[in-house]
Design a protein around this ligand. Structure first.
Ligand code: UDP
Ligand code: MG
Length: 350
């Protein structure tokens, strides 16, 4: 499938070049690192390697493929080792256990050495055919060229709908402009990767972190293909937690909502109390009012519990951050030629 076909619509930013860009020479070629986190991807990892390599060879720049094994329980690591033995373009980063996609991705970025880094999912849901077009964006002077999903094949309407809702919500509450329908699929310059690697928070909502660093960015639209094989690792519970992560990492609005909710309930209760007192004075008080009492007690209890829960979400995250543990531990790294040649990048701060 060609890059054109993958683009459902024209790149919205193609026309509006920004001032402040320093375009690069038309035929310049950066060295390219493709970073892919993989967890139990034995069905696809070889196809992934083949398809991505073909494109990178075509581009003609020095390149490497950084495959991160995120504690897979299947044959993924063995297959990666085999690929690495046969192809000097492959770096294998084997993490000490499963750390989750966001951290595996960070590990891959830390171990990449190219002038530009392209992040891809190992399941080939992000078309590598778009890399040449991303390079065009790089030549135009952009630091970040990110894919925006114009279409998602092979996903249920519930997933699509909830994803859309989530992005809308996040955008409305967060001060950082987190682009909608954007995944991790993107090209970044070395300086963007270096800045990103300075953000070492444990609760990593990568889409938010990507947005936080800023820099000139250009979206390109693409059609997200269905997974090639294997299964998605995301269920609704995980997605819900990811959403919580996104919200709590980028806004404290829920804490404020709790305050205002508490305030309004308190004011309403006062008014109601005044009404009850007035009623008693005017009409006396035969013992009744059990229902209203229950309603008030339950309602207030609910409001308090929700507020405490919101507080808990944030305090839990503070607890995790203050421990300052390293983000991940590496079991073993096998370096590609490119990585071996370039001076080792500043090792991951711990
Ligand atoms: N992944 C990972 N660690 C995990 C879960 C997933 O490295 O704990 C990788 C996975 O191998 C894939 C990418 O993250 O390359 C995206 O995962 P998945 O396809 O399950 O997510 P989806 O595309 O459904 O959002
Ligand atoms: Mg996937």
């Amino acid at each position: 499938m060609t890059a054109r076909q993958h683009r459902g619509l024209d790149s919205p930013a193609a026309a509006q070049e920004k001032p402040g860009l320093s375009p690069r020479p038309k035929n310049s070629l950066p060295s390219i690192s493709v970073v892919a986190p993989a967890y139990n991807e034995q069905e696809v990892i070889e196809v992934f390697h083949r398809r991505v390599s073909a494109i990178l060879v075509n581009i003609g720049a020095p390149y490497e493929l950084v495959l991160v094994n995120d504690g897979s329980e299947d044959n993924t690591l063995a297959l990666m080792h085999r690929l690495q033995a046969a192809d000097p373009h492959v770096t294998v980063v084997d993490l000490s256990r499963n750390f989750g996609k966001e951290i595996a991705l960070t590990a891959g970025l830390d171990h990449s050495s190219g002038d530009v880094v392209v992040v891809l999912d190992a399941d080939l849901q992000d078309p590598p055919e778009l890399i040449p077009e991303m390079l065009d964006g790089w030549r135009d002077g952009y630091d970040i060229v990110y894919g925006v999903r114009s279409q998602r094949d092979g996903e249920t309407w519930l997933k699509k709908g909830s994803a859309r809702l989530f992005y809308r919500f996040l955008q409305s509450v967060s001060r950082v402009d987190i682009p909608r329908d954007t995944g991790d699929f993107r090209l970044m310059t070395r300086r963007a990767v270096l800045e990103l690697s300075r953000l070492r928070e444990e609760h990593r909502f990568m889409k938010g972190l990507f947005a936080w660093i800023g820099f000139p960015s250009r979206p390109i639209a693409y059609r997200r293909d269905p997974r090639l094989a294997g299964e998605t690792k995301w269920n609704y519970w995980k997605l819900w937690n990811l959403a919580l992560e996104g919200i709590t990492s980028f806004t404290i609005r829920p804490l404020k909502i709790a305050t205002y909710l508490g305030l309004s309930v308190a004011v309403l209760s006062l008014l109601y109390a005044a009404f009850v007192i007035w009623k008693t004075l005017m009409f006396g008080d035969p013992v009744r009012g059990y229902p209203s009492l229950m309603v008030v007690v339950l309602f207030l209890g609910g409001v308090q519990l929700i507020s405490v829960g919101v507080l808990g979400e944030y305090i839990g995250r503070i607890f995790n951050e203050v421990k300052r543990r390293p983000l991940y531990l590496v079991n073993r790294v096998l370096s590609s030629q490119l990585r071996a040649k370039t001076t080792p990048p500043p090792s991951a701060p711990t």
